[in-house]
Structure formats: C-alpha cells, structure tokens
Design a protein around this ligand. Structure first.
Ligand code: SAM
Length: 246
C-alpha cells in the first residue's frame, strides 16, 4: 500500500538507501502524524523521483527511513520561469506556492522600478515551494532565486528564452493565445519565461526596454486589470494550456 504522508528530503533516494531524519522531520512524522516503525512514507528529493520508504527507526528527535521501491519517476516541468515583482508577504507566498503547483521550473523574484517590497526571505519562499510540491504530488521542486533587479536579469537574458511579458497597458488587446498562434515560425518549443509586474505596474522605461527585446511577446490577460497574484496564476494557466504539459 502506498503511503499517505509525502515528505521532501535533501538526501539521495534509491534501492536499499537509508535516509536519516532531522529533528523537525522526526517531530512531524512521529509526533504529529503518529507513524511507528514499519509505517510507509513517500519520499522525493527533486532528483530521484518518488520512493516508498518504511520507518526503520523512530524516536522523538530523530529516525531513519529505508527506501523500498520507486513509486514515480522524476517528472520535470517544462522549462518555464516565473518572474514576478514581490508584493505583500501573504500574496508573494501565494505566487510561489501556485507557481510550484502549476509547473514552473524556476521562480525569480525581481525588483522593478515600482516594486512594493525591496526584500524577500528567499529561504522562506523556497520552503513554500517545497511544501507545495509535497502536497501536489510533484517530484520536482522549483528553485526560488534570490531577489535581483529586473534590469540585471534582462542584461543577461538568454538568447533562446522567449518572454511572455504581461503588460497591463495591453489590457484587452493582444491575447496570449492569439499572439502565440500568429507566430511564424511558431515559438512553441524551447525555454520560456512569464513576467508579472508589481501593484504599481511597469514604468515607461521598463516597458520600452521589454518591448524592444526580440524574445518578448507583449500580451494582455483580458479586459480587466488583475492583481499581480491573480495575474501570475492566469498567465501560467494560459501558457501551460498553449505550450506546456497540461
Ligand atoms: N497598477 C497597474 C495599473 O493600474 O495599470 C496594475 C498592475 S497589476 C495589479 C500587476 C501586474 O499584473 C501587471 O504589471 C501585469 O504584469 C499583470 N496584469 C494584470 N492585469 C493584466 C492584464 N489585463 N493584462 C496583462 N497583464 C496584466
């Protein structure tokens, strides 16, 4: 029988592999979930797929799990980055959680000209991505990058990565599916990124620079202006449906 509890571990997984647990993991499995020796746990580490493991040793502060069999291979998401300007804490957490669930390969917070929040806790956001992967059955955890300036990211933009630039100034104009379907040659394959601005939107200078990029596809997310967290989910849905693995 497969396990009901799924846990991310930063440890190699494979046949015969044992996995030591830290204090928090032992507390969760044995204190909160009340598992005992012999119980099953599903493990993943973002690299080796999902493994069914058995509790081999259990105590309040530590424990050991033993891998039994692989239950899922590693499933990589499409090569899609979600780039967004951090907003209020709970809404930023929401964006990271949803991006991990919806299949972003990397999550990149950026400081833009009108960014509301100049600081993020990268470790906390990364933990949200791990939790999201644990609960959605994913075997991959997207990296959450440190906050960087949008301009610095664009300075080193990879030539082959297309950019879905969600611009509120385009409201009701060029819809993403129309934009992609009208491409010649189609840009369906290869790496992509989605860019979502802050509550204050993009500055004229940013808009000018982005519009001039040959990889940029300036798109509208419909006739209404969406909050940044809604826009991130809407854009990922459209992209996944048109070009991704949905
Ligand atoms: N303050 C801006 C304004 O009033 O025009 C709105 C910014 S919006 C809250 C935050 C971000 O979501 C935007 O920068 C854009 O990336 C995205 N967004 C929201 N609605 C959009 C739409 N209808 N089309 C394209 N992008 C949109």
């Amino acid at each position: 029988m497969n396990a009901k509890v799924r846990l991310y571990v930063d440890h190699p997984l494979g046949a015969g592999q044992t996995v030591p647990l830290d204090r928090d993991q032992a507390h969760y499995l044995f204190g909160v979930m009340r598992l005992a020796v012999g119980a099953r746990v599903a493990l993943f580490n973002g690299r080796d797929g999902e493994w069914q493991a058995e509790v081999a040793e259990a105590s309040k502060r530590c424990g050991v799990l033993a891998c039994v069999e692989q239950s899922k291979p590693l499933q990589l998401p499409p090569d899609l980055w979600l780039i967004f300007a951090p907003i209020k804490k709970a809404r930023t957490d929401f964006i990271v959680e949803k991006a991990a669930e919806m299949g972003a390969a990397r999550i990149l917070p950026v400081a833009t000209d009108f960014t509301n929040s100049e600081r993020i806790r990268q470790d906390r956001l990364q933990a949200h991505a791990v939790e999201a992967a644990e609960q959605c059955g994913g075997t991959y955890v997207p990296e959450v990058a440190e906050l960087q300036k949008l301009s610095a990211l664009l300075d080193h933009w990879p030539e082959n990565r297309q950019l879905m630039f969600c611009d509120e100034a385009e409201v009701g104009q060029r819809l993403f599916l129309d934009a992609v379907q009208s491409e010649d040659p189609p840009t369906a394959s290869g790496p992509w990124a989605i860019l979502i601005g802050p509550e204050g939107g993009f500055s004229d200078a940013e808009r000018k620079r982005l519009q001039a990029m040959q990889q940029a596809h300036v798109v509208s997310l419909g006739p209404r202006i969406l909050r940044a967290d809604t826009a991130a989910v809407a854009a990922m849905t459209l992209w996944q449906r048109a070009l991704g693995d949905w």
